[in-house]
Design a protein around this ligand. Structure first.
Ligand code: ZN
Length: 97
């Protein structure tokens, strides 16, 4: 409705944490590999992917809601330590003074 037609070229995904839609390239893709959530920076890992903002608030929301097992169609808990480390590293590198 906003007259901005070029947005169409950019695929959108829903953040698993805050449930807001965002451009795919602004979200971090997560895949489950043997019970562990693995951050997929290049979007090349096979299998079902979940998308989350690279922000710890969104990761916390997703973890609290147990949204990753649901989104990734996996039974049981998923280890998100790797994703958290990645998100914290991304946030640190973006926080320029
Ligand atoms: Zn989010």
């Amino acid at each position: 409705m906003s007259g901005r037609t070029h947005a169409r070229a950019c695929p959108e995904r829903t953040c698993t944490g805050c449930r807001e839609r965002a451009a795919k390239r602004d979200l971090l893709r997560i895949v489950a590999v043997e019970g562990v959530c693995v951050p997929d920076h290049r979007g090349t890992l096979p299998g079902r992917g979940a998308y989350v903002h690279p922000a710890s608030v969104c990761l916390d929301l997703a973890v609290r809601r147990r949204a990753f097992p649901r989104a990734l169609r996996v039974q049981g808990p998923l280890d998100t330590a790797d994703v958290r480390r990645t998100i914290e590293a991304m946030a640190a590198s973006q926080a320029a003074p």
